[in-house]
Design a protein around this ligand. Sequence first.
Ligand code: ZN
Length: 318
Amino acid sequence: MIPYSVIDAHCDTLTMLEPGQHLLDCPKHYNVQKQSQYARFLQVMDLWVDKGEHPVNDRVNHYVDFYRQEVERTPEIQTILTREDLVHYFTCPTPQNPAWLLGIEGGECADDSLKRLQELFNQGVRLITLTWNTPNEISDTNLVQRTENPGLTPYGREVVREMNRLGMIIDVSHISDAGFQDVLETTEKPIVASHSNARRLCPHSRNLTDAMFKDLMKNGGVTGMNFCTEFLGGSEDLEQIVRHIEHFAGLGGIAHIGMGSDFDGIDELPGGIRGTESLYRIFDRLLQLNYTDEQVEAIAWKNFYRVFSSVLPLAEAQ
Ligand SMILES: [Zn+2]
């Protein structure tokens, strides 16, 4: 067994499976067998949608059903729906099977109405990335800004408040810089950038500037390190991921760094990383660099745990 506990806040495997493949043993960056090697491992399982390509609600309904089927056919999987589920998973003294939390990448899923957001919550969705690359009714994105006001729309602000109320985790990876600020101004709960690195080291709009990261720190939020070589920059191996961690840590942000691999949403992986099975190598490397056990645990799972446990709904409230 690999002796680390982990929360990985983003992978795209669910919507990348070919017919007949299953999350248990698919030949992908992520599968359940790889996840099961760790002491405890919560994978945020994302359902990716893009406004341009599909009737969004049909696609979401299809994949929510598919996710449920995958849960049923993988009895060892625990699903995280409430704060109690999460706390039990990470504090129970006996070894735990791997866990999933269902997320949607693309606020298009709730373009219709706040009622749709409630439906998705009822179906088990607990995290929404407010935009993917295409602007939607909530906000413009960090790739495309349509207007002079590229931040949250009035409806987008309502979505943020409703997600706070329901107990859904707000994810700002992909949103425009203006939208990022608007979310921080609107939310009453900590937020995440599930898969975004340091723009200072790799000047890509998908990454966070130092100022954005400091604002995220004030909110109590966390950003997950993305393994996509395009968002890492420089020499493309595991050291590059460590560099982004060190940069954010150097800003006093050790309590605000996590893992957001983007597995199966990216083509090329950094040298030394083959998939979920290699995540431990980053933690080993941090220990070698004299990070303490506590600091490595914070980055591996405790930081995201803090945010998730303060946002997720209480069981009795459902
Ligand atoms: Zn993404």
